[in-house]
Design a protein around this ligand. Sequence first.
Ligand SMILES: O=C(O)CCC(=O)C(=O)O
Ligand SMILES: [Fe+2]
Length: 261
Amino acid sequence: MSTAREFFHLPEEERMKLYSPDPTSLIRLATGFKDEKQNVFVSRESLKFHAHPIEKYVNLWPTNPSSYREVVSEYFVAAKRAEITLLEALFEGLGMQRKSIDQILDNHGQYASLNYYPTCDKSNLGLTFGLRGHTDPTIITMLLPDEVPGLEILQDDDWVPVKPIPNTLIVHVGDVLQGLSNCRYKSLLHRVIVNSETERLSVASYCYPSNDTQMGPPKELIDEDHPLIYKDYTYEDFYTTMWKQRLPDAARLDAFKISAA
Ligand SMILES: O=C(O)CCC(=O)C(=O)O
Ligand SMILES: [Fe+2]
């Protein structure tokens, strides 16, 4: 976390060396922007990069601060290990067969985002979000927030603040897990609000399957009480559709519902 903070406290021209508007870049800094249509400002600055397999990507990462590669590698390798352990337990708990689990986890990827939410002028608070409501297009997202409040989740139509607990990770269910589990797990709608006093940081590890992974629910999860909701599709189909639709939430999955055939 302190390495991420150091990075975002570097002079703007140093950070902007990594700026790219292209979402397929292997590493990129994304900056805050104004949505003219909705007249809101989204203030998050984030450094996004691939983190697994780490040997393939580490040479693209910043060398300023000088500890960056070492500290960030150590964190994301440990985060990935924890994600896989958690997912294996969760899939086994759902009753999935080993073959189905391997199909999903073999060749999975890990995408990282260091998120920085600057403080916001009091007069602009009403029109500024850190991040607007969205679900993550992942299997799960492992999030390490700092101790500043800001994350909110939607629960029964109300935005509920998530109270930061020191040294505690948060795991979000993403759209892919909703699809794979045939809706036994629901993707979590969340957003980030900003404040005028304290900047906020978080470190996100997004776990996603390989492009050719079949994302329809495995047959062992389907029975009379749990009729099949989603047809077979690949992660690549999902991603391509997502970019076309530009939907912020799990409604992206509706295109793959059996009833949408
Ligand atoms: O900063 C946070 O707490 C949430 C970040 C987030 O939702 C994301 O990176 O997808
Ligand atoms: Fe998110």
